[in-house]
Ligand binder design. Structure first.
Ligand code: ZN
Length: 502
């Protein structure tokens, strides 16, 4: 066996173990009975520990060193070299963290998630604050060990958006905020009021599932290589390109939640299914960053799924599926209902405009926590103040305020900005796809998505982690990441919906 093949065998062992962990996490969210939690925490911690030991082993280090010699590298193609580069990055980062700390973070995440579920149910931040303080301490310790040039938060961002820094994100989000805040103000003071009462009628849950599944099939999601289940917090996870799991949740008087949730997760799922199977369990069959991942879900969910032309095709089918609730509802009524802008407390239920404000708030709070200018005990107060400042409403309780998201319980600090970065990437990719694919919107209005799926497969998915997010967006769109296209998209769409004078 060649040196490179020995190396890949070791890499696959590690990545397969990580898949086992993902499976345990998927099970915890979808199937596991509540009393399994403590045992599951131990199982997750055990596997995380083994992964960490293998990833930091001298054996892997020696293989990386030998493979990095000029004579070895010369004989390897671009993809193989990229695999070596990416594993070296993971190896060096993992080397900086002691196994004990990695295990403690994994175990704390599992237990703290449990505490968060209860605290949220009771709407009592005080019951969760000790766990949050502990998690913050552990992640601060980890970030210091990993190291950073400018801001401690940069070390955390690196887990989700390699190459991103607080400095860069502040500029991009600042540009977005400058355009978004006045746009939201205009929309909210517009005389046009969009009515979404049709979306609060009765929608049979099993029919919702059937209807959503049909759309996912049309998008090209392969149900032979994936499935969809129910969880409290929808997500997509993958154990291999041939086994991709989506989850959703249903509301009998809120079809939007499951419908757009399913399209969103299937966007993620298409990315996972579109990774090159021959490179399975190596970086060349792994996603680049969460921002790029999120660009896939948001492109499908919002830019396609909430477009007028998409519903030109699907509304007649929705009327047949839900005759009592949708008979007589016209395309314009439906389009307006699904795009109604209204300030709300819950991020995951927010419209396309105000959603990004929710992210700005979290980004400001997280950087403040790690800079030490915000204390955990003050969080409910600070949270409510910011929501009032930006959205003009005050959360009535912690459940609808500071306790709404699972991320902090799991220690996922640095994750939130990737949602908005995803919107920006998506708008840039969409502009390009519209140019590359003939009659792009004509195809959308006919429910034909194979050209778009193939375009995403070829331009984004197939590359795995060959390019950085920055390089990919430049290669595909000819521009660096910026807020211009997303803002333009929002101004067009909501300017028309709310009849704003531009
Ligand atoms: Zn997502």
């Amino acid at each position: 066996m060649s040196l490179y093949d020995t190396f890949i065998q070791k890499v696959r062992e590690i990545k397969n173990l990580q898949s086992v962990n993902s499976l345990l996490e998927w099970d915890q969210e979808t199937m596991m009975p509540p009393k399994g939690i403590e045992y599951r925490a131990a199982q997750l911690a055990l596997i995380s520990g083994i992964v960490h030991e293998k990833l930091t082993s001298d054996e892997l280090g020696e293989l990386l060193d030998k493979l990095s010699s000029p004579s070895e590298l010369d004989g390897l193609d671009e993809l193989k070299r990229a695999n070596i580069r990416e594993i070296r990055r993971e190896f060096e980062k993992a080397k900086k963290l002691p196994t004990e700390l990695v295990k403690e973070i994994a175990e704390t995440a599992s237990l703290s998630q449990n505490a968060w579920v209860k605290a949220r149910r009771e709407s009592r931040f005080g019951d969760f604050s000790l766990w949050l303080t502990k998690m913050l301490k552990l992640k601060t310790q980890a970030a210091r060990m990993i190291g950073y040039k400018e801001h401690i938060y940069d070390a955390l961002l690196d887990d989700y958006e390699p190459g991103a820094t607080v400095g860069k994100i502040k500029v991009i989000l600042g540009d977005l905020k400058d355009g978004l805040v006045p746009l939201i103000r205009e929309v909210l003071s517009s005389k046009v009021a969009l009515d979404d009462s049709i979306l609060h009628r009765d929608y049979d849950v099993s029919r919702q599932k059937e209807f959503g599944t049909k759309i996912l099939q049309d998008m090209g999601f392969d149900f032979e290589a994936g499935r969809i289940d129910i969880s409290a917090h929808p997500f997509c996870t993958s154990f291999a390109p041939g086994d991709v799991r989506l989850t959703t949740r249903y509301g009998a008087n809120d079809p939007k939640m499951a419908l757009f949730g399913m399209i969103h997760e299937a966007g993620h799922g298409l990315y996972e299914q579109g990774l090159a199977p021959e490179h399975h369990h190596t970086p060349m069959a792994d996603s680049i960053s969460l921002g790029i991942h999120e660009s896939q879900s948001r492109l499908w969910e919002n830019m396609i799924g909430r477009s007028r032309l998409f519903w030109q095709h699907y509304l007649p089918k929705a009327r047949e599926t839900f005759p009592k609730s949708l008979s007589g509802v016209g395309l314009d009524d439906f389009y307006r209902a699904i795009n109604r802008v209204t300030p709300s407390f819950i991020r995951v239920e927010a419209d396309e405009l105000t959603y990004n404000i929710h992210i700005l708030i979290r980004f400001e709070i997280e950087t403040g926590l790690f800079e030490g200018v915000i204390q955990v005990d003050d969080l409910p107060k600070i949270w409510n103040r910011k929501v009032e400042e930006y959205l003009g409403i005050v959360p009535p309780n912690d459940r609808e305020g500071v306790l709404q998201d699972i991320h902090w319980a799991l220690g996922l600090f640095g994750y939130f900005p990737t949602y908005t970065l995803g919107n920006l990437y998506a708008a840039q990719f969409l502009r390009r796809a519209e140019k590359d694919i003939s009659d792009f919107w004509g195809k959308v209005s006919g429910g034909q998505f194979s050209d778009l799926k193939n375009w995403l497969n070829t331009n984004i998915h197939r590359h795995g982690r060959l390019y950085s997010a920055d390089d990919l967006v430049r290669r595909v769109t000819g521009e660096t990441l910026n807020a211009k296209h997303f803002l333009g998209y929002l101004q067009n769409k909501f300017g028309e919906l709310y009849r704003l004078s531009s």
